[in-house]
Design a protein around this ligand. Structure first.
Ligand code: PBG
Length: 329
């Protein structure tokens, strides 16, 4: 008999395609990154991220209410810190009245059930634009981890449900978990960026927060001594396994599209949820191509998001979350 099988029968019409569809996106899959700034009634578009904004606390509250009403129930907070508050020790990161701490409270006040996750790393607070403390041209591992633990406690006290360390220091999950336990913050979760690659795709994000590494002879010009080498796969598996052992509740791979093999690899070795971060450069690429009329924005957006879930991520951090949910109806 020819052909042996006719696979196209399951593609004949939308009803059957829908019935046999293996991967379905829902609003609760998404984690919405939000950029917070000081000020009143601020809503500044980020030049390299069309239709994405830095928000002051009042507009942040409006935004989370809107997200909640759309079915989006988790946010990931980032703050843009004024230059004069930056140093090499992350002092401002521990300020209990700092912008992040106030942002957490603002979200919880506006929308008490919204899941709040916070970025834990020094770069927005660092005069050098690095994720850790810099000394003699290197990023100090253990001193930075201690500071990240204090920062995590500060976020948890302000009301964060999860802290999300994005720094890639060794051993920080263990130190953060122990610190949270010591403070009896046993319900505060950790979403670890376990495999975060040294990627060119973070450019627009660094513009959004003004957090790029500075160009100076005594400071590393990039993040390659802590973020991972694009070429490595086994190392990502090792990182994920270690973070699980150290106490992570969720592990995350970042960026998304170029690293979906890593998402699949990690999905197969850990028994906790795996998240993926579709980063700023991925957002910028599609927006730019769509603006030129070279790609169909909505079709390509959904294709990429579904690919991420199909690869094994059950949580997707994405700047497209609102667009996608609107399209999902
Ligand atoms: C910093 C951090 C970065 C992102 C999230 N947390 C940038 C970096 O590591 O330089 C990137 C997110 C994005 O590009 O959307 N700790």
């Amino acid at each position: 008999m020819y052909p042996l099988r006719r696979n196209r029968r399951l593609r004949t019409n939308e009803a059957i395609r829908h019935m046999v569809r293996e991967t379905i996106l829902t609003p609760s899959d998404f984690l919405v990154p939000l950029f917070v700034v000081e000020g009143h009634d601020v809503r500044e578009e980020i030049p390299s991220m069309p239709n994405y904004y830095r928000l002051s606390l009042d507009n942040l509250q409006k935004e989370v209410k809107e997200l909640w009403n759309m079915g989006l129930c988790a946010v990931l907070l980032f703050v843009k810190i004024p230059e004069e508050l930056k140093d090499n020790q992350g002092k401002e990161a521990l300020n209990e009245h700092g912008l992040m701490q106030r942002a957490i409270k603002a979200v919880k006040n506006a929308c008490p059930d919204m899941l709040v996750m916070t970025d834990v790393a020094l770069d927005p607070y660092s005069t050098y634009g690095h994720d850790g403390i810099v000394a003699n041209g290197v990023i100090l591992n253990d001193e930075t981890s201690e500071l990240l633990a204090e920062m995590s406690i500060s976020h948890a006290h302000a009301g964060a449900d999860f802290v999300a360390p994005s720094d890639m220091m060794d051993g920080r999950i263990q130190i953060i978990r122990e610190a949270l336990e010591d403070e009896e913050l046993t319900d505060t979760g950790i979403m670890s960026y376990c495999a975060k690659y040294a990627s060119g795709f973070y450019g627009p994000f660094r513009e959004a927060l003004d957090s790029a590494p500075v160009d100076s002879p005594d400071v590393p010009k990039d993040k390659q001594t802590y973020q991972m080498d694009t070429a490595n796969r086994l190392e990502a598996i090792r990182e994920a396994e270690m973070d699980v052992e150290e106490g992570a509740d969720i592990v995350m791979v970042k960026p998304g599209l170029s690293y979906l093999d890593i998402v699949r690899d990690i999905r197969e070795v850990v028994d906790i949820p795996v998240a993926v971060y579709q980063v700023s450069g991925e957002y910028a690429m599609l927006k730019a191509a769509a603006e030129k009329g070279w790609l169909d924005h909505d079709a390509v957006m959904m294709e990429q998001l579904i690919s991420m879930k199909r690869a094994g991520a059950s949580i997707i951090a994405s700047y497209f979350a609102k667009d996608a949910v609107k399209l999902m109806g």
